[in-house]
Structure formats: structure tokens, C-alpha cells
Design a protein around this ligand. Sequence first.
Ligand code: BES
Ligand code: ZN
Ligand code: ZN
Length: 495
Amino acid sequence: MQITLDTKALGAIETEALVTYAFEDGEPQGRLSELDQAAGGLLTRLIKSGEVSGKALEMTLLHAPAGLKAARLLVVGAGKREAFNGATLRKLAGAALRYLKARSVHGFVFAVRENGATEEAAQALAEGLVTADFETDKYKTEKKNDRFVDKVAIAGYGDAEKAAGEKGISRGQIIGEAQNFTRDLVNEPSNKLTPRILADKAEAMAKTAGLTVEVLDEKKIADLKMGALLSVAQGSVEPPRMIVITYTPANLKPNSPVVGLVGKAVTFDTGGISIKPADGMEKMKYDMAGGATMIGAMRALAALKPAVKVICVVPATENMPGGKAQKPGDIQTAMSGKTIEVLNTDAEGRLILADAVHYAKQLGATHLVDAATLTGAIVVALANVNVGVFGNDQPWTDKLLASAKAAGEKMWQLPMDDEYREFIKGSFADIQNIGSGKGGGSITGAWFIREFAGDTPWIHLDIAGTAWNDDAKAWLAKGPTGVSLRTLVHLVTSL
Ligand code: BES
Ligand code: ZN
Ligand code: ZN
């Protein structure tokens, strides 16, 4: 999809559809009143009659509006003016794209409102448009070939704002496309995305993007004594992989932080011997979303070229109940030397992250973030609305929360009091991989990983509730969301 700026006056723009948005504030104001005048008071009449209320995501499509050169005018409800921000704009643009695409419109112009022509707005728009355009019909043999949007222009930017607008579009396109890259990986079924295939895809991406990549095979993983990762992998005929992608800035300053991005990639989670119920198990193909998010973030960072070094570590495996599978009660030794009592083989994400986090530190990471579809409990706590955030260093965590806000992703920090640490104290080994039945399942999961982060500033993102949309949204297809990629890219580029 091509995204450009169109600096013409709104009434003079020739397009299949001109899109703008209305707030819940009555009379057309600013740019809307400009359009209203060009269209002979049409919008005033629609607002007075109540047909255009400005209610969030309300769609009003007008054909052949008199006085305008556009073939259609689409007015999208933007809710309350005071609550309007980049996140609203991102959704609006996405919803407009999906609405018009469903009506076989191939190109349109999106007009930002008065005072809205900023770099951030252009970025949010581009992100919204690119991510809204993503479909999950890859494996459908009959595609709706007339449903595509290949050209969008953004209007409302004058000569003074043009450079900012273009910069925002470019950034937003890079990030949106990286998010779609992640979503495509997450959507792959497990027969088409084994740990080896994921590693191949990560390697191909890294090479194209100019990143350094190393894939550790099962032998190398064993040589490095990654016992926790191996314990999960041993139940499957598919061998595990440890994917390491590195970005090094051209002029690396001494003593600058090295960010470690660690992502859980269980390409299918049956639960292992502690097997999951059949109902809904098909969804467990998305248990590699954390890893895919980190790989996608690296793709964006390679293009955005931040000033800090980033090491991405993705442990990839299946969790299967094969004849060689680990069993409840088994004791494993992680790469760090810590011993783990595996009381539930379905709490496998924390096991593979234990070795990945330890390895990222060994490779030189000074600041860690991990992302994982770690617990069902996070869905109980935060539903599909907020990403669960956990950390051992408040300044580092605050930075991430600020980035989440800037990137328009909802994240909520949960507590990590020492009391919760007691829940995972082992009876027969150093630690056990599930809490001792007192609730707080997401927190004990986080504490387990924290044991391996040690004193290194570390953040854990539990994306089990947010990485997959069970229902389509007006601005996003059903399925993989690519959540937290934008936040991570913002975090790294703002260091
Ligand atoms: N992959 C699951 C977590 C999950 C659940 C992701 C629902 C997405 C949706 C994870 O490996 C798991 O099974 N966790 C267990 C932990 C429990 C055994 C302590 C869980 O949440 O039930
Ligand atoms: Zn599991
Ligand atoms: Zn899992």
C-alpha cells in the first residue's frame, strides 16, 4: 500500500473517497466546517438531524457529495474531542480502511482535522492503515480479489508540515509492516511453522534487513547445557532452536545500554503430559507470539537504526506429550545451574525463557524485556484489554509504560512483592515451575523468570490475553494482533 501526502484543499481533492472524522460536539468546526461549506451545508444538516452524531466509529457514507470533487465522503465518528489522541486516530484510520475495502474502494484520502497535522499523527495514521489492511486469508483458495486498497493519501498537511508528515508516514509504515510480519508468523498453524521453520524465517528476515543472526540447533543447545529448554523440547520429534538476532548501531557509544529482547516461541503448546483439554487447543499455535513479536521488532529496528545495541533471543520449541516427554515431578537443571522441579509440564514457557534470559545476559544484555503468552491467569486478571507488565526495576518499567502510552498500547503493571516468591520455592529442587495453589498465577510465572534475570533490569510482558483477537475489530482482522511490538520499538528508539 502506497501512503502519500495530498496538500490540496479538501474540496478540490479528486478521489474515490474522502474520509474525515466528526467529534461529538455539535456544529461542524474547523476543517469540518470547511468541508461543510464546500458541500453547501450538508454536514450541518446531517449533524442537526442526528444522522452524524460523532459517536466513536460511527460510519456515514455519502455518495457524490455536491460541491466536492470526491466521489464519496465518509465521516467517521471520533467520540469526544477531549479524549481524542493518537490511539483514536490509529483506530479511525484503520476502521475507515476496512469499511471502504469491504466496499471495493481501492484508494482514498484521509483528512486530518485542524491542529492535527503532526509527525505523530502521520505515524499513527500509517500504522493504523497498514495494520488494518492485514488479512488472514493466506490459506483460502478463493480470495476476494476486488477487495484491496493500494493507495491512500493523507490531507490536511500544508507546506510547513510536509516534512513532519512524510517522516511520520515512513516511520509508521516501517512499524506497521513489522507488526504485520509478526502477525503473519503468529497466524501460521503449527504444521507450517515448526521451530526449524521459524528459525529459517527469522534468519531470512535478518539477512534481508542487514542484521546479524545465529541459530543454535539442538546439539549446540545441549552443549550450552540449556536444560530447561531441552526438557520442554524432549517430548517432540521436532528439534528446538535458539534464535539470536543482533542489531549493532554504526557508531556504538561506550557504556550505552544493551537491550535484550527475549520472546517465548512455543510453536504449539499441547500442555505436554499435563495435557490441555481438546476444546480450544487449536489456539495454542499462537503460543509463539512473544518470539514473533521480538523478531518483528528487530525488523523495524533494523530500518529505524536506533543508537543502542539490541540482542533478540528467541527459544523455539513444541510442547508435546511424546514418549520421551518430561513428566510431572521431573527435576531439570537450567543453563544458569539452578534446579527446577517441573510440577506441571504445561508451565513450559517459563522454562524455555529461563535459559533464554540467562543466555541474553551472557551475550551482554544489560536491560531485558521478555514477551510471552505465559498464563491463562492474565486473561482472568486483565481480559483481552491490557498486557500484563511485571518488572524488577521501577525506572526501567516506567520507561516501558511511557512507551506503551506513546504507542497507543494498553499495558498494566502488576505487583511483584517478595511474598509471591515464596509460592515457587521448591520442595526437592531450587524452584518449582508452578505456584503452590494460592492464586496469583501470572505473578508466580513472572517471578519464575525473574529468578533468572537476577539483578539485571528486566520486564516481563504477559501477552496471553492480548496477542490474539477472538473477534474482528472494526480496525483489525480477527486473529493475531502483534501487540507490544510498537511499545518495544518506541522504547528502544527512545533510549
Ligand atoms: N501457553 C499457555 C498460556 C496461555 C493460556 C496462553 C491461554 C494463551 C491463552 C501456558 O504455557 C500455560 O499453559 N500456562 C498454564 C500455567 C499453569 C499450568 C501454571 C496456564 O496458564 O494454565
Ligand atoms: Zn503451557
Ligand atoms: Zn505455553
